[in-house]
Design a protein around this ligand. Structure first.
Ligand code: GLN
Length: 491
């Protein structure tokens, strides 16, 4: 079996030691992407020239003895809903197929300042709405490197597929209801949705502002910690970003997990869970027990309301956030309209895909006069109950463990015609966004069909270091995260 040990953390060291040059690192990353992308369709653009030019610049700086950043020379990909001055930012939508952002998102600026080099934009479900990357209106579906007839999950499916099929790169994703963790789980990689407010959302095309969070998909928790230590922190451009000090994530990883208390919520193991997913997750929990982590049952009684609550709140916020794509402020503009109303109506009808329209209609409905109280306000109240569930559980335990998704990767086409079926795969990930807590997914084994299973850990708000530390301890004693899929370009 091929393994994938190379890590973004070692790239800087090899540059400093003169074992390699940034230009070589970028050539190797480009080689890997080009080797797998025709099969996977994981990228929407590749920045070959720009990346090589930046690498040359970095090599010059190193030659002059300038201090390189923490992630010097690390190639990184950017989900296509995160603004980059290089190339376009389309959110995989036909409404902004050629949008060129006039600025870089804060996360991109931070990575650039740390010496990392943008190399590609990755495919996604349009505006982040989906769980399979089949809703990409620009690139089309991305494929799962473990089985190319299957979805990679979504909406950060391009990032997850690339993270699995290559090595030595950093991948930025976004997570509104599971869009980092669920594709990480389907592709057998490690993905973290940080606490709400931990990472700036400035430059992220908004889907649902109270739920959206930028994070990363990597091959290990250690790589996630390195990436998070660069992108986390207060940003004056995002008033919801937190001013709390950023912990030393890499240092925190090394602390022993013995004695930590891990809660197992009964509600997260419903009958609907696939038997093999349940089995792998149970085995994963046993690994923690062997590491000296205490486990105990906890209850999060409002879990079954999380998905309907998420559907209402996320749609309501989306309907408002997406109002700006009207053919006037932004976006595709219909030809020869008969008046202003028709200009708006046709521009939006022509530009948005079916799932986005569905969400806008649901969101507009639940916010409309007469229904606001019954739907939107009620959902906000239930959201509070869900948050309180977590607050009570976190009085008894330090973290919570559960499956990331009730199922593994499914065949392309299997659920796309039934939105409710597709929404159902999010039941175990949406609570984290509603409760603003951090969540990490990492591989805990394969099914008999050789598809990865993801284990999820939730932590207290701003205890991202605790979920990383538990995942790291797990990865120090197991090898699941090192398994390479059949479509793999790392050498
Ligand atoms: N699958 C969920 C949805 O379609 C979550 C998406 C996301 O996190 N962006 O809403």
């Amino acid at each position: 079996m091929t393994t994938r040990e190379a890590s973004i953390i070692e790239i800087r060291d090899s540059l400093l030691a003169g074992r390699t040059k940034a230009v070589e690192v970028i050539h190797e990353a480009l080689r890997q992407i080009r080797a797998v992308d025709p099969q996977l369709r994981a990228t929407s653009q590749i920045f070959q020239e720009e990346a090589l030019a930046r690498a040359e610049e970095l090599d010059m700086k190193l030659k002059k003895g300038e201090e390189p950043g923490l992630l010097a020379g690390v190639p990184f990909t950017v989900k296509d809903n995160i603004c980059t001055r290089t190339g376009t930012t389309t959110a995989a939508s036909k409404i902004i197929p050629t949008f060129r952002a006039p600025y870089d998102a804060t996360v991109v600026l931070k990575l650039l300042a740390a010496g990392a080099i943008p190399i590609a934009k990755t495919n996604m479900d349009e505006f982040g709405m989906g769980s399979s990357t089949e809703n990409s209106a620009t690139v089309g579906p991305t494929r799962n490197p473990w089985r190319t007839t299957h979805v990679p999950g979504g909406s950060s499916g391009g990032a997850a597929a690339l993270a699995a099929a290559t090595r030595g790169m950093l991948h930025l994703g976004s997570d509104t209801g599971g869009s980092i963790r669920q594709p990480a789980s389907y592709c057998g990689v490690t993905g973290i949705k940080p606490s709400y407010g931990r990472v700036s959302r400035y430059g992220l095309l908004a889907f649902a502002s109270s739920l959206d969070q930028i994070g990363v998909l990597q091959s290990s928790a250690r790589e996630c910690a390195a990436a998070l230590s660069v992108i986390a922190g207060r940003d004056p451009m995002d008033s919801t970003s937190a001013s709390r000090a950023v912990p030393h994530y890499l240092g925190e990883l090394e602390r022993d997990v013995r004695g930590l208390r891990l809660g197992i919520p009964t509600e997260y193991f419903p009958d609907a869970i696939d038997a093999e997913v349940r089995a792998r997750v149970q085995e994963g929990i046993d690994v923690f027990r062997r590491l000296g982590v205490e486990t105990r049952e906890v209850s999060l009684p409002h879990t079954r309301y999380a998905n309907p609550t998420y559907v209402l709140i996320s749609a309501a916020e989306a309907s408002s956030n997406l109002a700006r794509y009207d053919g006037v402020h932004y976006g595709h503009r219909a030809r020869n309209p008969q008046g202003l109303v028709e200009l708006y109506a046709r521009s939006r009808a022509e530009g948005f895909g079916a799932e986005v329209k569905r969400r806008i209609m649901v969101g507009t409905f639940v916010l409309s006069a007469g229904y606001h109280e019954a739907f939107y306000n009620k959902a906000c109240k239930v959201r509070k109950l869900i948050r309180q569930d977590f607050e009570s559980a976190f009085k008894e335990v330090d973290a919570i463990v559960c499956p990331t998704s009730p199922v593994t990767a499914f065949p392309i086409g299997a659920k796309i015609d039934d939105p409710l079926k597709l929404y159902a795969v999010d039941i175990l990930t949406v609570p984290a966004n509603l409760a603003t807590v951090p969540g990490i997914s990492f591989p805990c084994g394969l099914t008999s069909e050789k598809l990865p299973v993801g284990l999820q850990i939730y932590g207290r708000p701003f205890e991202d270091h605790t979920v990383l530390r538990l995942a790291h301890a797990f990865q120090m004693t197991t090898k699941f995260h090192l398994a390479a899929p059949p479509v793999y370009a790392g050498s």
